[in-house]
Design a protein. Structure first.
Length: 146
């Protein structure tokens, strides 16, 4: 579904990753199913957190819980294809982060989808909010949008 809304260009996002679509991403209508877009969002964010922010998904004390998510769909994605998943931080709090994400089909400057989700970081054991660890905060500050 095309939109007349203005979209941010890929260079407005400060972290980018390439994701290949898979055969089972397509639904019976021949395009990537809507729920898979959320998996792409989750992939780019967690790839960043692990590689740049030092997130230890298996043993770290701090874990992120998704408390909000949203996606607007503009153009279909399909298998086979490459997606440029672009991310930036929209808001950085003491224990929460709003990630803004856009998915671009290879060679396209208009997004196929734009969305966001919010993590609240909590202690793995107690599930109580905790301040972001310093290495993660520093990495997130580097991709904070204007």
């Amino acid at each position: 579904m095309k939109s007349d809304e203005p979209h941010m260009l890929p260079n407005a996002y400060l972290y980018r990753s390439r994701i290949k679509t898979r055969w089972h991403d397509n639904d019976v209508y021949g395009h990537v199913n809507n729920v898979v877009y959320y998996a792409f969002f989750d992939t780019v964010v967690n790839e960043f957190l692990i590689s740049e922010g030092g997130l230890d998904i298996h043993n770290g004390q701090c874990i992120g819980l998704v408390v909000e998510s949203m996606c607007k769909y503009y153009q279909p994605l399909a298998f086979p294809g490459d997606i440029h998943a672009c991310m930036r931080v929209g808001k950085l709090g003491n224990s929460s982060v709003r990630y803004e994400i856009a998915l671009f089909a290879d060679g396209q400057s208009e997004p196929a989808a734009e969305g966001h989700f919010v993590h609240v970081y909590v202690d793995r054991t107690t599930r109580r909010p905790m301040a972001l660890p310093l290495p993660m905060r520093e990495a997130l500050e580097r991709v904070e949008g204007i």
